[in-house]
Design a protein around this ligand. Structure first.
Ligand code: PLP
Length: 419
């Protein structure tokens, strides 16, 4: 039998070169539920002319791994759809999304306004790097639009919004805060959309004619859903704003790994189902905590007495994507709630309660299958103790996907370690 002659296709008789410049191409048109994973630093061009002319800003082709591959382009488009925007930038974490926005839009002499209940490291960035670069900041009371109005000056370039607030979960009057921002034309309005995840409300359509300019989203949370990926996004609707952010993104050399992008692409189809499941369980447990005498307050925007409940209802009832987890649980909310453990308990007793939990693990972040608990020293995190909160020790729970009865029993047994 004669060996098939493929020498024609061989670039060299040397095996090493043959393996690097192999002539085989698999058939095109492979179709399957998940897209392929394209990884690259180097991207090839067919000619010098193509190399010189190829455009990296508008996703019309490929230039370099940092500027994207088919895999990251897909995730960008799907996330823009999720959040109701048009363009997406991917960054290595939720925090780097926040940093990218500040670094793009602020310069010496400018001021940024942050809600006092903003994600903590965002405050640290303002107090550290931004201040050192001559960018000032103020913290405003998120529950008082007039307080925000008083702080806006012609130096204000960026206002951050967050709903619900980190850790304390107050739900602000977003339409009112946005209206205040719109009185100053030089202000860009950014929302940390991690809690809503694009599911609880549409940030770009908060009220008729009223929406934010951009969202930052910790994809680390619900879009990943696994507790094993760190990633963030910045989403816009305005092309000019997007290009401004994209230029900074490029110059800072921000990029993400395509295996991580693949993980998020794989989780995205189930995000609405997971969000609803976390929501249903969190509301069940938050209501159960309401009846416990050890807790003086339960903070969850869907609870009637929780700060900003009426604002949550206006924005998140009916939702933009679905009717919520259940007919008897209208609206949409993330699977997070906090309790204020009554001031008669010492912080050592609260620590003992947290240590006694078995299914709830001690750990930061949220959005994965495992329920988590963190006791916070709120007094050190805020300008002043929020007027809407009772005194005591704050403990935040993020509810995973375990059976809700098991989580409830775990809370009950751990509470015996409190007294
Ligand atoms: C977790 C979180 C972030 C930061 O996300 P990382 O990916 O952990 O950096 C930002 N904002 C909010 C509201 C978050 O919960």
């Amino acid at each position: 039998m004669q060996a098939q002659d493929t020498s024609r296709d061989r670039p060299s008789p040397d095996l090493t070169t043959q393996l690097i410049h192999h002539p085989y191409h698999p058939p095109k048109d492979f179709a399957a539920p998940q897209p392929g994973v394209f990884k690259a630093s180097t991207v090839f061009f067919p000619s010098v002319a193509a190399m010189r002319s190829r455009e990296w800003k508008r996703k019309t082709g490929y230039t370099y791994g940092l500027h994207g591959t088919p895999t990251s382009y897909l995730l960008e488009e799907r996330l823009a759809t999720l959040e109701g925007g048009l363009q997406t930038l991917l960054v290595p974490s939720g925090l780097s999304a926040i940093a990218l926005v500040g670094l793009s839009l602020l310069g010496q002499g400018d001021e940024v306004l942050l809600p006092d209940n903003v994600y903590g490291p965002s405050k640290a960035l303002a107090e550290g790097e931004l201040r050192a670069w001559g960018i000032s900041h103020q913290f405003y009371d998120p529950m008082d639009p007039q307080d925000l109005a008083r702080r806006i000056t012609d130096r204000t370039r960026l206002v951050w919004l967050e709903a619900a607030g980190s850790v304390t979960l107050e739900f602000p009057d977003l339409p009112a805060l946005l209206s205040v921002c719109r009185t100053a034309s030089q202000v860009t309005v950014a929302l940390d959309n991690t809690w809503g995840a694009g599911l609880a409300f549409n940030a770009f359509d908060i009220a008729p004619g009223l929406g934010v300019d951009l969202t930052a989203h910790a994809l680390t949370k619900y879009p990943s859903g696994g507790g094993d990926v760190l990633m963030g996004s910045v989403i816009t609707r305005d092309e000019a704003l997007h290009l401004r952010l994209k230029n900074t993104h490029m110059r800072l050399g921000l990029g993400v790994g395509m295996n991580d992008v693949e993980a998020v692409l794989r989780s995205l189809p189930s995000i609405a189902l997971r969000y609803a499941a976390h929501d249903r369980a969190a509301r069940h447990l938050a209501r159960w905590c309401l009846d416990r005498p050890e807790f003086s307050q339960v903070l969850h925007p869907a609870l009637e007495d929780s700060p900003g409940h009426a604002h949550w209802k206006t924005l998140c009832l009916g939702g933009t994507h679905s009717s919520g987890p259940d007919q008897d649980l209208p609206g949409n909310a993330a699977g997070l709630f906090s309790v204020i453990v009554d001031a008669r308990y010492t912080s050592a007793q609260v620590d003992a309660f947290c240590d006694a939990l078995r299914l709830f693990k001690l750990g930061y972040s949220w959005g994965g299958p495992v329920s988590l608990v963190v006791p916070y020293e709120l007094a050190t995190m805020r300008e002043r103790w929020p007027a809407q909160l009772k005194p005591g020790t704050l403990v935040r729970f993020s509810i995973g996907l375990e059976a809700v009865e098991d989580l409830q029993s775990d809370l009950a047994q751990a509470l015996r370690h409190l007294s």
